[in-house]
Design a protein around this ligand. Structure first.
Ligand SMILES: Cc1cc2nc3c(=O)[nH]c(=O)nc-3n(C[C@H](O)[C@H](O)[C@H](O)COP(=O)(O)OP(=O)(O)OC[C@H]3O[C@@H](n4cnc5c(N)ncnc54)[C@H](O)[C@@H]3O)c2cc1C
Length: 579
């Protein structure tokens, strides 16, 4: 086993990990460990843009952005986080511009901005142009820019190394164990500070916009080490996934003027969000689509949940689509065999974004309990983290802001922390559990096929813990997930090779997804109200009296233990959420 020592080790090379590494590396020896090559990280899929109140195209203010974020999150957002997000977004976008990010421009040469769901002028008056974008390749450009800057700062990259275990020594981060995919060799990394930025876990659902690699490794590994996970019941369904595939059609299409229509050609959002229409927040539009489908207004009209509606961009014209949405046009040609300038796109909601995750404070420090006790030297940022800036529903463009604002803050905090910190001791055989697990998976016994369990899990989550939820269905989901986790213990690898052993990796990732699915279902079943992305048919109202609080969930041998903590309401008082 090869051993490494750094002051800082970052797990994940998406936008959050790279920005944190860039900041940390200014004063500390920093390494990034990633199971994918950095440029393959899922941030590269982000199409629509990054929100910042630059006011380049029309009047805008960070205060309006913060308010929209809090309202969009159905008041479960910690409000100081939202204020920091909106204030720092402006600085972050200019910082990215200065580092070379090729944003799309106005005719005057300023960064161009377009509309996005839930982003409004003056506390909800009308949609505002707040999303800064690089055509529909914004995430890809962010990755390019940050990766180059990290190379310049001599960050060490360990690409295609999959982290199998995070080592904690009491309440202090000590290191991690990773598998080098090209050799099958184990590596031990010791560090004064660890930051997890492992991205989302939409793969737990049947229909998703997320890549195969989005399996929630970071949250699951920490949950197994006794760290709680926060607000896991809130999972966002994006309204416009390509029918049957889940591949995302960016909200940027509606930002440019695209319209949702049912089988009769009606602009049905007029009935659900008369002011913001097709630019209402995602939770609301996803439910509106389901209402249309269940009322027989879907394309087929059969009222089944896999029916679909249309996103119409034909009136935008080919030149605009090719200039501002070129990748979307290409997706439509490739996956649907149609040109969006000529025909409406068939779409249905797709599991998209995890609002919950590893609880952190405003500097990315991981929190161990309801009282907010930090774990020394352990940080998280990006989609795997929950700094509680998205609450119960994230607004479009706010994830990229979250990555750069809180990734940067975490990196800066780490740079200060490591100056006075020392390496925590690690046990003699700290890689022992990871090594034993790998040996067990290859012990030659016969077991069920992991792929089949994965498919069953995805159906259970989609049907019983999806857009609409009910107590009895979730109770059934919990039973089925418990049974799947039991069966999972007998799954074995069938590939004998150690070189790029995807069989083993997929089994390990399935274990992470099953753990997170259980935590999601348990957190959702307990919350007897509807808020943001958590819509209960048996409890259709938001209940601030009982439920204006964050969930913390501990994964324990006997199941999931739940606790709760308060929401920071220091700026705005909750109001009914209408658009
Ligand atoms: C199709 C699509 C479009 C989107 N468009 C937008 C948009 O326009 N605007 C917006 O704000 N948001 C958008 N989002 C959301 C946003 O892109 C993501 O939330 C965000 O990019 C996540 O970034 P991240 O840095 O947290 O993780 P990621 O970019 O997913 O990176 C995760 C990293 O962790 C590594 N990793 C994971 N597990 C391990 C392990 N076990 N060991 C080692 N490494 C590991 C991976 O290799 C990867 O480098 C979109 C999402 C999708 C799916």
């Amino acid at each position: 086993m090869t051993r490494h020592e750094y002051e800082v080790v970052v797990v994940g090379a998406g936008g959050a990990g790279l920005y944190a590494a860039l900041e940390a590396s200014r004063g500390a020896r920093t390494a990034v460990v990633s199971k994918l090559h950095p440029m393959r990280s899922h941030t590269g899929a982000a199409q629509g843009g990054i929100g910042a109140a630059l006011g380049n195209v029309e009047e805008d203010k960070p205060e309006w952005h913060a308010f929209d974020t809090v309202k969009g999150g159905d008041y479960l957002v910690d409000q100081r986080s939202a204020v920091i997000l909106a204030d720092d977004a402006v600085r972050a976008v200019y910082d990215l511009e200065n580092r070379g990010l090729p944003f799309s421009r106005t005719p005057q040469g300023k960064i161009d901005q377009r509309r996005f769901g839930g982003h409004t002028r003056n506390h909800g008056e009308a949609p505002v142009r707040r999303s800064c974008y690089a055509a529909d390749r914004t995430g890809h450009m962010i990755l390019q820019t940050l990766y180059q800057q990290c190379i310049k700062n001599e960050v060490a990259f360990f690409d295609e190394f999959q982290v199998l275990d995070v080592l904690l020594e009491g309440r202090q981060a000590a290191g991690l164990v990773a598998l080098e995919l090209s050799t099958g060799e184990l590596h031990l990394f010791r560090a004064k500070a660890l930051l997890l930025a492992t991205g989302g876990f939409g793969q737990m659902f049947r229909t998703t916009s997320n890549a195969y690699a989005n399996t929630g490794d970071g949250p699951a590994l920490l949950a197994r080490r006794g760290v709680p996970l926060q607000d896991m019941e809130f999972f966002q369904f994006h309204p416009t996934g390509i029918r049957g595939l889940g591949i995302l059609i960016t909200e940027g299409v509606r930002g440019e003027g695209g319209i949702l229509r049912n089988r009769r050609g009606e602009r049905f959002m007029e009935r659900y969000a008369p002011t913001l229409l097709d630019l209402a927040p995602r939770d609301l539009i996803s439910r509106a689509i389901m209402e249309e489908i269940l009322a027989g207004n879907g394309a087929r009209g059969d009222r089944r949940i896999d029916d679909y509606v249309f996103l119409d961009a034909t009136h935008l014209g080919k030149p605009l689509i090719e200039a501002k949405l070129p990748d979307i046009a290409e997706f439509c040609r490739t996956y649907l065999g149609l040109d969006p300038a000529e025909k409406p796109m068939p779409i249905q909601p797709t599991a998209h974004y995890a609002m919950g995750g590893i609880p952190t404070d405003l500097d990315g420090r991981v929190l161990a309990d309801e009282a907010g006790t930090p774990i020394e030297g352990l940080y998280a940022a990006g989609e795997c983290a929950c700094v509680s800036v998205h609450g119960a529903n994230r607004l479009g463009t706010n994830s990229l802001v979250d990555l750069v604002v809180f990734g940067r803050r975490a990196g800066q905090h780490i740079a200060g922390y490591v100056k006075g910190a020392s390496l925590a001791p690690v046990g003699k055989d700290s890689a022992g559990p990871a090594r034993e697990r790998l040996a067990e998976l290859k012990d030659g016994k016969k077991g069920p096929h992991g792929g089949q369990l994965r498919e069953r899990m995805r159906d259970v989550m989609m049907e019983k813990v999806g857009i609409y939820r009910k107590g009895p269905a979730m109770a059934q989901a919990l039973e089925e997930l418990a049974a799947l986790r039991q069966e999972y213990r007998a799954v074995r690898a069938q590939d004998a090779s150690r070189v790029f052993d995807n069989d083993v990796l997929e089994i390990l990732e399935l274990g992470h997804l099953l753990d997170l699915a259980l935590v999601t279902a348990a957190s959702a079943q307990a919350r007897t109200e509807s808020r943001g992305g958590h819509a209960r048919e048996d409890y259709p109202q938001r209940d601030d009296q009982r439920w204006l609080k964050h969930t913390l969930a501990w994964l324990e041998p006997g199941g999931v233990r739940l606790g709760y903590k308060g929401v920071d309401l220091s700026v705005w008082q909750p109001k009914p959420r209408t658009y």
